[in-house]
Design a protein around this ligand. Structure first.
Ligand code: GLP
Length: 263
């Protein structure tokens, strides 16, 4: 795992977008694993800018989103499908039929999950998986106790997650679904590269446990410690509780890969 601490959330999300841009330029037909949440809105804003001003070409890539709420139709303004169309897909030149988001209304959820896994395999596997971090340490919607080898499946949301995401539901907790469909921890771990971006003081406590604590199914993001190619980009506020910070800063100056990224 490599960690970069940026002075601001703006710099962290811009750098995250730059890593995705470099991956897409290096391999235009890459299969990208994508994420949702407030943090990602800025990341996608930077990618849209790179498309408009820098000619970043999405025409050959394929995308697979991490998750979707069960019971929310793709056309609903609250679906992650709508989120993705709004923040990225309708603003760059990715063909819509190359974008995949689980369907929260699928009648046979198990069949959908198996088909989603197959579609990722058929696309050659995820070249890069973008990740945010839930306040309970989840990636995707892999809530505490998710098996570290889990695959795409139906899950029951942690009440903490429902509260964290109430903003998308007019601040009405009753309206937040109780279930979701999510790529599994094992699915995410299979991506060739993983890229997590974490900003804000509310994530400082959980981020320290993700980076420095023991690997545990209680915090699904700790699987990233086992990943051979994981980059974590954070802002100052999120980095506040990291005890290995001096070494992280040393690596930012001396690790060849990080030096190249930050130059
Ligand atoms: C949701 C998503 C996660 C995301 C998390 C963080 O729970 N399922 O994939 O990482 O939100 O969201 P935010 O960036 O809004 O803190």
């Amino acid at each position: 795992m490599k960690v970069v601490i940026c002075p601001t959330a703006e710099r962290a999300t811009a750098l995250t977008a730059r890593v995705i841009e470099q991956a897409l330029r290096a391999r235009p037909d890459i299969a990208l694993g994508l994420a949702t949440g407030r943090t990602m809105e800025a990341v996608y804003g930077h990618l849209v800018k790179a498309h408009r001003d820098g000619g970043l070409d999405f025409s050959a890539c394929r995308t697979f989103n991490l998750d979707e709420y069960v019971g929310i139709a793709p056309t609903s303004p609250r679906s992650y499908r709508t989120y993705m169309n709004t923040h990225l897909f309708s603003r760059v030149n990715v063909p819509l039929d190359a974008t995949h988001v689980p369907d929260g209304m699928a009648t046979d959820m198990q069949a959908q999950c198996a088909a989603y896994e197959k579609a990722m395999r058929d696309s050659g596997g995820l070249g890069l998986q973008l990740l945010g971090l839930g306040e309970n340490g989840h990636i995707g919607f892999n809530e505490p106790l998710s098996s570290l080898t889990s695959r795409t499946r139906l899950v029951t949301l942690d009440p903490a997650t429902r509260r964290q995401n109430v903003g998308m539901f007019d601040d009405d907790l009753e309206q937040v679904p109780h279930h979701a469909v999510t790529m599994g921890v094992g699915t995410i771990a299979d991506a060739r590269r993983t890229l997590m971006v974490v900003t804000g003081a509310t994530k400082a406590g959980i981020l320290a446990r993700v980076i420095e604590g023991p690997v545990t199914a209680g915090i699904s993001a700790t699987i990233l410690q086992m990943h051979p190619d994981c980059l974590v980009i954070v802002d100052e506020a999120a980095a506040a509780n990291l005890s290995c910070r001096p070494y992280i800063e040393y690596l930012m100056q001396h690790d060849p890969e990080l030096k190249a990224l930050l130059s």
